[in-house]
Design a protein around this ligand. Structure first.
Ligand SMILES: NC(=O)c1ccc[n+]([C@@H]2O[C@H](COP(=O)([O-])OP(=O)(O)OC[C@H]3O[C@@H](n4cnc5c(N)ncnc54)[C@H](O)[C@@H]3O)[C@@H](O)[C@H]2O)c1
Length: 253
C-alpha cells in the first residue's frame, strides 16, 4: 500500500482527496496537514508548523498538496528533506515561488505538478495547441469561470492555456476584460467569472470571418481533480527525482 499524507486536508480539494484515498484499495491515508489540527477520515491532521516531525514519524510515500502557494513552497521543502514524493495541485504561484519550489524538488524527490489534474483538461490543452497551430490568424479569447471562493485569477488552468498559445503563436499581449473604445489587435482577451459554486469552466474561442470555433471544458465535480491526483500519486512513487506533468502520468507527450 502506498502511504499518503494530504496537505490542505481540511479544504475543499484536500477533503475530497482524503475521501477518495480512504476509499481506495491501493492507497492508505496516514495523515493530514492544515493550518489547524484536527482529524479527517479517521486520521490525524496536524498543524503545518509540525510538518517536519510528522513526515519523519509517518514516513508517507507521497504527499498530495492542495493548499495555498506560500504553504506549498514550505511543504515542498519539507517533503524533499524527508524524501517524500509529491503531487502538487495548488495554483497561483509567483515566478519566485515556483523557482523556489523547483529548487527544493530537483535532485531530491519526484513530483507531479499540474494546474489541472483532470484527464479531460489535459486533453483539452492538447486540442487547443493543435487548433492554434492550424488557425494562427484567428482572434482568440480565453474565458474561465469558478466558484466565489477561488482567490487566484485567472485560474492556473487558464494560465496554462495562455502559455500554450504563447508557445504556438509567439507571445501576444493579454487584455484582461475589455472596457472603453479600442480597436481589436492581435491581443488575446482573457475573461474571468467568479460566482456561486461553479467547479471550473474553461473555453477558448478562435474567431475568424463568418465563423467561430469554441473549445471548452466543464468540470461538474471536484472529484475529477482528486481522481487525477490519486492517479498521479500512484504513478510518481519510485520515479527518478524531478518535476513531471500530468502529460507524463497520462502518457500524452
Ligand atoms: N490542480 C488542480 O487540478 C486543482 C483543482 C482545484 C483546485 N486547485 C487549487 O488547489 C488549491 C486549494 O483549493 P481549494 O478549493 O481546496 O481551497 P480551500 O481554501 O478550500 O483549501 C485550502 C486549504 O489549505 C489550507 N492551508 C492554508 N495554508 C496552509 C498551510 N500553511 N499549511 C497547510 N494548509 C494550509 C487551508 O486552511 C485550507 O484548508 C487552490 O490553489 C486551487 O486553485 C487545483
Amino acid at each position: 500500500m502506498i502511504k499518503v499524507v494530504v496537505c490542505g486536508a481540511l479544504g475543499r480539494m484536500g477533503s475530497t482527496v482524503g475521501r477518495l484515498v480512504n476509499e481506495s484499495s491501493d492507497l492508505e491515508l496516514v495523515g493530514g496537514i492544515d493550518l489547524k489540527e484536527g482529524s479527517f477520515y479517521g486520521v490525524e491532521v496536524v498543524d503545518s508548523t509540525r510538518i517536519g516531525t510528522f513526515l519523519a514519524g509517518k514516513k508517507p510515500d507521497v504527499l498530495i498538496d492542495f493548499s495555498a502557494p506560500a504553504a506549498t513552497v514550505a511543504t515542498a521543502r519539507a517533503a524533499a528533506a524527508a524524501g517524500t514524493a509529491l503531487v502538487i495541485g495548488t495554483t497561483g504561484f509567483t515566478p519566485e515561488q515556483r523557482a523556489g519550489m523547483a529548487k527544493s524538488i530537483e535532485g531530491a524527490v519526484p513530483a507531479v505538478i499540474s494546474s489541472n489534474f483532470s484527464i479531460g483538461v489535459n486533453i483539452f490543452w492538447k486540442l487547443v495547441r493543435e487548433a492554434a497551430r492550424m488557425i494562427p490568424g484567428y482572434d482568440i479569447e480565453v474565458i474561465e469561470a469558478h466558484h466565489r471562493y477561488k482567490k487566484d485569477a485567472p485560474s492556473g488552468t487558464a494560465k496554462t492555456l495562455l502559455q500554450i498559445l504563447d508557445e504556438e503563436l509567439g507571445v501576444r499581449e493579454k487584455i484582461y476584460g475589455r472596457e472603453g473604445m479600442k480597436e481589436r489587435g492581435r491581443e488575446i482577451g482573457v475573461h474571468v467569472i467568479r460566482g456561486g459554486d461553479i467547479v471550473g469552466d474553461h473555453a477558448v474561442m478562435f474567431s475568424g470571418n463568418f465563423e467561430t470555433i469554441q473549445l471548452s471544458h466543464r468540470a461538474y465535480d471536484r472529484a475529477v481533480f482528486a481522481h487525477g491526483a490519486l492517479k498521479a500519486a500512484n504513478w510518481v512513487v519510485g520515479k527518478k527525482p524531478g518535476i513531471y506533468s500530468m502529460y507524463d502520468v497520462l502518457s500524452l507527450k
